[in-house]
Structure formats: C-alpha cells, structure tokens
Design a protein around this ligand. Structure first.
Ligand code: 5GP
Length: 184
C-alpha cells in the first residue's frame, strides 16, 4: 500500500492506518519549540533524547527552538520486541552531560504506562538538576499508571500500537515520515 504524503509517497504494510501526518507533526513541533523557547528564556537548557524512539523528535524539535541549547542521549530498555512494558528497566547508554544545576528537558517519543518516565525522573533527579521537565510527542493517557507531570505533549492517542516517525514495529519502520496505527 502507498500513503500519499505532502510531497512524498511512502510504502506501508496493508494493515497500517494513518494516525498523524508529517504536516501535523511539523506544525506541533513548531508550537512546542516556541513554547520551550518562552519557558526557558535566558537559559541554556539540555535536551535529553531517550533512544531509540525519540531521535527524530529531538532532531526536528531543536530546529524549532531558537536559542542556545545542548543535547545528550540516554538509552533505556524495557520492551524488547514485545508490545507490553515489562517494568524492568535497564540503562543501556548512560548520560554524558553533567546536569547538576542545569535545566533539563527529557524528550520521549511516547508515554504509555509511564514507567520509563518515572524511572528517568528518579534517576535524573539524583543528579540535582535545577529543573527537570518532560516532553513527549505522544501520550496514551488511558494506559498511564504514574503521575509524573508531562510539561509538553504533542498528541494524545488511544490505546493502540503506533509506528513511524521514530517509533518501531519490531525495530523496523522508524523511518516512516507519518505515524500509523497497526490494525489488529
Ligand atoms: P512506558 O514505559 O511509558 O510504558 O513506555 C515507553 C516506551 O515504550 C516508549 O518510549 C516506546 O519506546 C515504547 N512504546 C510504548 N508504546 C508504544 C507504541 O505504541 N509504539 C511503539 N513503537 N513503541 C511504544
């Protein structure tokens, strides 16, 4: 099957349905980028991308934040190739930046159960940042069991497995430009 994007056609499996288009993603990115610039005026925040899923979101978002900033990445694991969170989270790639007394924004692709973000909040707080904020492109509120405040949310989505724009289908499809739902 072929999905006709704005200026780009992408080939997708027949069981994929379009959820959020590249155009909608770009518009939202601009909105969040401008808000972050306002909220962190006069500072040099560090944006920490959570690998692998958030790599595209971080890369695109920072181009809409018109100020000095730093980036770093952390990699954690909990899912393996399964669709449900195991709750056992490991750090696979630690931070390199020193975040003590810095304003930090954690950049996630999607908050589902919220266990990953809760783990990151506890772990990163121990480094004593000045401020710890969370941005996520997608949020599944009906699935979230934790009460961490999400400061920037791109889109709220229903409880379906989503793929594309950094989000994987068994490690593949991260390179799709739009976000799709996999039909059961
Ligand atoms: P949580 O700990 O909030 O349950 O899950 C967070 C992580 O699980 C995300 O960073 C993402 O890697 C993965 N994840 C959760 N829901 C989905 C989904 O619908 N699609 C994909 N591709 N990954 C998901």
């Amino acid at each position: 099957m072929v999905h006709d994007g704005n200026d780009h056609r992408e080939i997708i499996p027949v069981n994929y349905t379009l959820l959020i288009s590249e155009l909608q993603i770009n518009r939202k990115m601009k909105e969040i980028g401008e808000k972050i610039r306002e909220d962190f005026k006069g500072e040099k925040p560090i944006l920490i991308g959570v690998l692998n899923g958030a790599f595209l979101f971080l890369a695109d978002l920072i181009r809409y934040i018109d100020m000095d900033l730093e980036i770093d990445f952390i990699r954690i694991s909990s899912y393996g190739n399964d669709h449900e969170s195991s709750g056992h989270i490991k750090v696979l790639k630690p931070l390199n930046a020193d975040i003590k007394d810095r304003s930090v924004i954690v950049i996630e692709d999607i908050v589902d159960s919220g266990l990953s973000i809760q783990f990151l909040e506890r772990m990163l707080s121990a480094f004593r940042p000045k401020k710890l904020s969370f941005a996520t492109l997608l949020h599944k509120p009906s699935k979230t069991k934790t009460d961490i405040t999400l400061d920037y949310v791109g889109f709220e989505v229903e409880d379906k497995y989503v793929v594309g724009y950094g989000l994987d289908d068994q490690q593949l499809k991260r390179n799709l430009r739009n976000i799709y739902i996999i039909k059961p």
